[in-house]
Design a protein around this ligand. Structure first.
Ligand code: MLT
Length: 299
């Protein structure tokens, strides 16, 4: 079974359907009207060809990079997501990663598990008074900013769509990308992964950050060039990094995980009971509504 609770449907001619959470039944792919997925299922052009009756794909989550969107459009299949349901969980995880990172909590915990008492080694830094640069100021960026302000951080936000009034309403300073890079003590990315944002943080942009900066990515693997980040951490320019998402997942034995200054989690920012319930309900309702002839607001 995949993490979605579906069989790996690419190798199968049918898909599992759970009815009222009790009965599980199999229906042939060619009869399927709607497909509900989380992140593990890859919806490829081949899969879409094998589902001629398919009308809508519901992604219980935000990112739709596991769906071949061009192929879906060509097949006349609508793709909807659930952009709101995991905002809080993702913002909370990012904040938890940031606090853990600057205080070396995972490393200190591991050292105690290994029988050591390394008080000097794990001297950290305060969040108070530090400048947090948020690149990508959508829902998650805004929730994170609120939490950072509660910790008395200065918050800079870069987003090409950020209006002055929205920045003011959220008590953040809207800045250029260059200023976010050069003025932040801690930088976190919250953009989708697109052609424009792929490797937004690379050798060149990382070199323009403050020496000793902390970097976070709890958004999408690929926004940061992982090899460039590795180099920046090992050179000492980047003091530490927290990474929840990777260019290739699952990221088993990833080089970044081997660095003591880097803390990593296996793409769990949205993995809370609340978020998973929210996104599942939201996407199911939208898919059912669409099949009943209502518009799909998150297409
Ligand atoms: C999302 O895109 O919603 C999050 O990254 C979590 C997930 O992949 O389900």
């Amino acid at each position: 079974m995949s993490e979605d609770g579906l069989r790996p449907i690419l190798d199968s001619s049918s898909v599992n359907v759970v009815q009222e959470n009790v009965h599980e039944t199999e229906i042939p792919l060619e009869e399927v009207d709607a497909l509900l997925i989380r992140s593990a299922t890859k919806v490829t052009a081949d899969l879409l060809r094998s589902m001629p009756n398919l009308k809508i794909i519901g992604r219980a989550g935000v990112g739709v990079d596991n769906v071949d969107l061009d192929a879906a459009t060509n097949h006349g299949v609508v793709v909807v997501n659930a952009p709101d349901g995991n905002t809080i969980s993702t913002a909370e995880h990012t904040f938890a990663m940031m606090a853990s990172l600057v205080r070396n909590i995972p490393q200190a915990n591991r050292s105690m598990e290994e029988g050591r008492w390394d008080r000097k080694k794990y001297q950290g830094a305060e969040l108070y008074g530090k400048t947090l640069g948020i690149i990508g100021f959508g829902r998650i960026g805004a929730e994170l900013a609120q939490r950072a302000r509660a910790f008395r951080m200065n918050v800079l936000a870069y987003d090409p769509f950020l209006t002055k009034s929205r920045a003011e309403k959220n008590h953040v300073t809207a800045v250029s990308l260059e200023d976010a890079l050069s003025q932040s003590d801690i930088l976190t990315v919250h953009t989708p992964l697109t052609k424009e944002t792929r490797h937004l943080l690379n050798d060149e942009t990382l070199a323009s950050t403050k020496p000793g900066v902390f970097i976070l990515n709890c958004a999408r693997g690929g926004i940061i060039d992982e090899e460039a980040l590795y180099r920046a951490v090992t050179s000492g320019h980047v003091r530490g990094a927290a990474v929840d998402v990777f260019a290739e997942e699952p990221a088993i034995e990833h080089p970044l995980s081997s660095l003591d200054q880097v803390i990593t989690t296996p793409h769990i920012a949205a993995s809370t009971t609340e978020a998973q319930q929210n996104v599942a309900e939201s996407v199911s309702q939208e898919v059912l509504g669409y099949l009943e002839g209502r518009p799909a607001p998150h297409a």
